[in-house]
Write a protein that binds this ligand. Structure first.
Ligand code: GLA
Length: 719
């Protein structure tokens, strides 16, 4: 076998992945920095570790689907059985189909077919490496046996090797209104395992699992990352054994979390895993973001029109929907420059509060005697798009629907437990999907909806289908996807936002079919600075909703200044969630000014490269977006806690073109940020504005104004 026959050499962006297909099953020899064709000889010659004491008599190797039978003692790549038999998968390559050949003999796509002839199972592994360096891995398993015993698939995981220098893990946890809080820990022997068993990723979703060189930051060190692009249950683990993993040290394993009996394949049946997305960077977390943002922006569902400034009625009126009040709110919204008006929860019958009403989806005639049409027309008349809130997968026990169809509810024999007074509809039933499609489609057509805020306000527990008594999260997730896809097919211009109690369904599976996520129910800018920073690790700002609320945040009762709220909400798909009728004239003028600023900067903010500086002061955050042409950038310099020092040390501003000169200006059009100083560093007030090279800014930096906590200002760079 020649080297070219033996090795699959995938190359894309800054990444190379090399897979050996010469032995029984595929083996990843390398996943990381670009390798040249000439380096593959050395790679191939160095894949065998030493044979150590008290071990196998041959060198250990790590397969892509490692199992116990081939000497792997950590979590297996695949687990199955047929009524207890064939429990030791033995998959061997049957064919390899290489994709487009690129430079130096590299290709960016490969399909590897494997078979376990005795168990009568075939597996297709597809690997795609895109121009951004994102490696997309997916398995499809087909059971061919026509015997009595179906194939019970218990687990299917993408398992990728990590080098010994990748010794620190970062992933995420959280709770309602405090989503995507990072947690870090060392890689150690054993398993750091995260399982999402909530039927949705959850407020505490691991989100993105990063493993890297100790102390990795936004702009430095080598990092590897994995994300499961899936809105149901999933699992990710970082595992290390004392004996390592071939010449690698540890592994990251990721896939859908399957419940017992959930995937039972009869003859000809197939299970396909969600996409597992893998990224590598030698420039820290920002390098990962660049790759993931490029990938997300390339999705068919990714919006390519300017992101409309949105007003959402939730915190303005809650359930207290009055046509007159909302029509006036729409007029005020139009006046300040809003482009999309979204009527939130409370418009349908039986919904005075969150205890009832879900499931029927007919307009509440007591609140809306003339229908919602009247408001939709007024909104459209102002030139704004109109959106409506739905929570399709849920039902309140007292609704007409629940009364008529008790068997449409998902739940165990123990009996389903309510959460926010609601139960889950069994979307695996065709008639349930048809009911929902009919109701939503009717609203889209009759009201001319431009937008749906699609909520999902509870976890799924004991999610068992009535029809067959089997676990249903997998089918439920696919059914929700199908519903969204069908609506989009029928209404191609309709946009959909994924909101699950704010932030509990944020993943690149849902974003393959929706245009925005609502990352958190909190509009408190201090909380938002952190939530947006970490949500933005995976997602570009244009799909992350970010609203300006009233001074006193409803979720934390903390008060913050208007300019801080403005600057914070600018770095996302911006909106307003505030009763504009309660605003003073000065506030309305300020909101209109902010709306103009958002429209001025959104072409940059929604297409450029996200940059976060590594700032020594833990109370200060410097982040921004640099245009792809590197000629323009907008940064936010924000303070979320007081400074330990009474000084303004230089802060390095990374991400600009080292060879260009930039004019630097403080933009405080939104109001002067509150200072903890008599005056700013002199450059900041000098005229004409300071000019400095991108290299100087990144290497030496600038003393920046000393702000009070809860203050932020904008820095603009133009070359
Ligand atoms: C969830 C959402 C909120 C709002 C309410 C309505 O909590 O996250 O934004 O839509 O539901 O009930």
């Amino acid at each position: 076998m020649t080297l070219d026959e033996r090795l699959i050499h995938l190359a894309g962006g800054a990444v190379t992945c090399v897979i050996d297909v010469s032995t029984g099953g595929p083996r990843v020899l390398h996943w990381g920095a670009r390798l040249a064709r000439e380096e593959l000889d050395a790679l191939a010659a160095t894949t065998e570790p030493a044979v150590v004491f008290s071990s196998f008599d041959v060198p250990r190797a790590l397969g892509l689907l490692p199992v116990s039978g081939e000497g792997w003692s950590s979590t297996p790549g695949i687990e199955w059985h047929r009524a207890g038999a064939y429990a030791d998968p033995r998959l061997a390559i049957t064919s390899v189909e290489r994709g487009a050949r690129k430079d130096h003999g590299a290709c960016d796509a490969v399909d590897i077919s494997l078979a376990d002839a005795e168990a009568e199972v075939t597996v297709l592994l597809t690997l795609r490496l895109d121009v951004h360096g994102i490696l997309r891995a997916r398995y499809c398993v087909t059971s061919h046996s026509d015997g009595e015993r179906p194939l019970d698939l218990a687990a299917l995981r993408i398992i990728m090797p990590l080098p010994a220098r990748a010794n620190e893990i970062m992933d995420f946890t959280g709770r309602w209104t405090r989503e995507r809080a990072p947690q870090r820990m060392p890689v150690s022997d054993g398993s750091h395992r995260r399982a999402a068993r909530r039927g949705r990723p959850g407020h505490d979703a691991p989100y993105l699992t990063v493993v890297g060189e100790e102390g990795f930051q936004f702009r430095s060190r080598e990092v590897w990352a994995v994300h499961v692009a899936w809105s149901g249950d999933s699992e990710v683990s970082v595992e290390r054994l004392p004996e390592g993993a071939g010449v690698h040290s540890a592994v990251v394993a990721a896939g859908e979390l399957l419940a017992p009996g959930e995937i039972r394949l009869g003859p000809g049946d197939q299970y396909c895993s969600p996409d597992v997305l893998l990224a590598w960077s030698n420039a820290g977390l920002d390098g990962l973001s660049e790759a993931f943002h490029g990938y997300a922006r390339g999705l068919d569902a990714h919006p390519n029109s300017p992101r409309p400034l949105t007003l959402n009625t939730w915190e303005a009126v809650y359930f207290d929907q009055d046509p007159g009040t909302l029509t006036r709110l729409a007029a005020l919204a139009a006046q300040v420059g809003v482009e999309r008006f979204v009527l939130d929860d409370g418009w349908f019958a039986g919904r005075p509060d969150d205890r009832s009403g879900l499931g029927d989806w007919v307009v509440d005639a007591s609140k809306w005697p003339d229908g919602v049409q009247q408001l939709a027309d007024a909104v459209h008349g102002h030139g704004m798009g109109f959106g409506l809130w739905f929570e399709p997968e849920m039902v309140n026990p007292g609704s007409e629907l629940a009364r008529a169809h008790a068997d449409w509810v998902l739940g165990t024999r123990i009996g389903p437990t309510t959460w926010r007074h609601q139960l889950v509809l069994d979307l695996t039933r065709r008639e349930v999907r048809e009911h929902l499609l009919e109701r939503i489609d009717h609203a889209v057509r009759t009201l001319g909806l431009d937008y749906i805020k699609w909520d999902h306000n509870r976890d799924l527990h004991g999610a068992v289908a009535h029809v067959d008594g089997a676990h249903a999260v997998h089918r439920q997730t696919l059914a929700a996807y199908e519903l969204i896809d069908t609506l989009h097919q029928r209404h191609p211009a309709l946009e959909i936002e994924s909101c699950a109690s704010g932030g509990a369904r944020v993943d690149l599976g849902i974003l393959s079919r929706t245009q925005r996520v609502w990352p958190s129910d909190t509009n408190d800018p201090i909380e938002r600075q952190m939530i947006q920073r970490w949500t933005g690790l995976l997602l570009p700002p244009e799909v992350v909703g970010s609203h300006v609320g009233p001074a006193r945040a409803h979720t934390t009762h903390r008060t913050s200044s208007l300019d801080f709220r403005f600057v914070t909400a600018l770095f996302g798909h911006a909106g307003i969630e505030w009763d504009l009728a309660s605003c003073s004239d000065e506030e309305l003028v300020a909101i209109a000014r902010w709306a103009r600023l958002y429209k001025e900067f959104r072409p940059l903010l929604h297409s450029g490269r996200t940059v976060r500086a590594d700032v020594a002061d833990p109370g200060a955050l410097l982040h921004g977006v640099v245009s792809i042409e590197l000629d323009h950038a907008l940064f936010s310099w924000a303070r979320v806690a007081t400074s330990g020092a009474a000084s303004t040390p230089r802060v390095r501003v990374p991400g600009l073109d080292p060879s260009r000169q930039y004019a630097i200006s403080l933009r405080e059009d939104l109001g002067k940020a509150s200072r903890q100083a008599v005056s700013d560093p002199s450059w900041a007030v000098a005229s004409p504005p300071l000019r400095a090279s991108g290299r100087f800014l990144a290497e030496v930096g600038l003393p920046l104004p000393l702000l009070n906590p809860g203050a932020a200002l904008l820095l603009e760079f133009r070359s």
